[in-house]
Design a protein around this ligand. Structure first.
Ligand code: 5GP
Ligand code: ZN
Length: 117
């Protein structure tokens, strides 16, 4: 399957690993938008949140278990986890992933959504 993140998991494309276990891989985003910007992804290919169902939803729990461990390892206790699902939300890589952002005071509200032009 021609999937960038599957290739990263397989080690075919290099990445800066943050965390790995049987279910989850985490690595530094190549274009960070915050001092800490890690991506957490299930090892099993799932295109997006729309494809989560009762057969695979346990990986989402694994992602959040990993997030708590990564936060401890990164020395952060406040962070934001974002999943973009679909084109309007800005999903550019069609392998389910969660952005873990920290290290800066973040705003919240309509302006934080940015422009979609
Ligand atoms: P999305 O926009 O799909 O929610 O997030 C995709 C993320 O993957 C972006 O933040 C982008 O910077 C990151 N990304 C894209 N290609 C690579 C890559 O080859 N390596 C790493 N580490 N991150 C990537
Ligand atoms: Zn994939």
């Amino acid at each position: 399957m021609d999937c960038l993140f599957c290739k990263i998991i397989a080690g075919e494309i290099p990445s800066t690993k943050v965390y790995e276990d049987e279910f989850v891989y985490s690595f530094k985003d190549i274009a960070p938008i915050a001092p800490v910007h890690d991506l957490i992804i299930p090892k099993k290919h799932i295109c997006c949140a729309n494809e989560i169902d009762e057969s695979n939803s346990s990986v989402v729990a694994k992602v959040f278990e990993a997030a708590a461990k990564i936060a401890k390892a990164e020395g952060i206790e406040s962070y934001r986890i974002i999943n973009n699902c679909g084109d309007d939300a800005g999903q550019t890589v069609k392998h389910l992933h969660f952005h873990m952002l920290a290290g800066v005071k973040m705003g919240w509200g309509p302006e934080s959504l940015g422009k979609s032009e």
